[in-house]
Design a protein around this ligand. Structure first.
Ligand code: COA
Length: 162
């Protein structure tokens, strides 16, 4: 526990800026089957409802990200990833909690996401962060894999002390 806390001190959470696009593409390449292009990330970043937070090291290398969009009182998470070198140290949990807190301040009541059926790591993470299974979407992904839709109500967000 103390080890994780000391490790966490090496990183901070910042809002993504246009200057971060190249590093974000590199980070997504390590985490995603289909990383977004720099053009798509730039466009997403400039959307008024976009939320894009980064885990950065002391020299501002991008080691994790979460991105999504707010529509009315709902927030949809589109992607989340942590550099494989730094996994299982609580960084995704911290990034999610930070982001939940941020969107709650923007009056978000419900958070949705889709996760591959085979992605047990991410499902465990989301369950630990208060998400519940809502429904499945058969053959949702290009390769035919099912998606599971998970949801989290935000009314109990104050359990997170960050
Ligand atoms: C899923 C992912 C973001 C987790 O990041 P992380 O920083 O390692 O997550 P955390 O350290 O905060 O883990 C929190 C909990 O999630 C669960 N978890 C994380 N990785 C896991 C794994 N490989 N296997 C099983 N459970 C796992 C555990 O319950 C873990 O708690 P514990 O370490 O105390 O057991 C990371 O594995 C990743 O980037 N994967 C590739 C991209 C991806 O799948 N994104 C999600 C798309 S929906």
């Amino acid at each position: 526990m103390r080890e994780k806390a000391a490790f966490q001190k090496r990183f901070s959470i910042v809002k993504a800026e246009l200057d971060d696009v190249k590093k974000l593409v590199e980070a997504e390449t390590l985490c995603e089957k289909k990383p977004r292009s720099p053009q798509t990330i730039k466009r997403d970043l400039q959307l008024p409802n976009a939320v894009l937070n980064l885990i950065v090291s002391e020299n501002r290398s991008v080691e994790g990200y979460v991105s999504g969009g707010i529509v009315l009182d709902e927030f949809e998470i589109h992607s989340l990833g942590i550099n494989p070198r730094f996994r299982r140290m609580g960084l995704a949990t911290r990034l999610l909690h930070h982001t939940i807190k941020e969107v709650v301040q923007q009056r978000v009541k419900r958070i949705f996401l889709e996760v591959r059926r085979s992605n047990v790591a991410a499902q465990n993470l989301y369950k630990r962060c208060g998400f519940e299974f809502l429904q499945e979407r058969k053959s949702y992904y290009h390769d035919g894999e099912d998606a599971l839709v998970m949801v989290r109500e935000t009314k109990d967000h104050s359990i997170y002390g960050e």
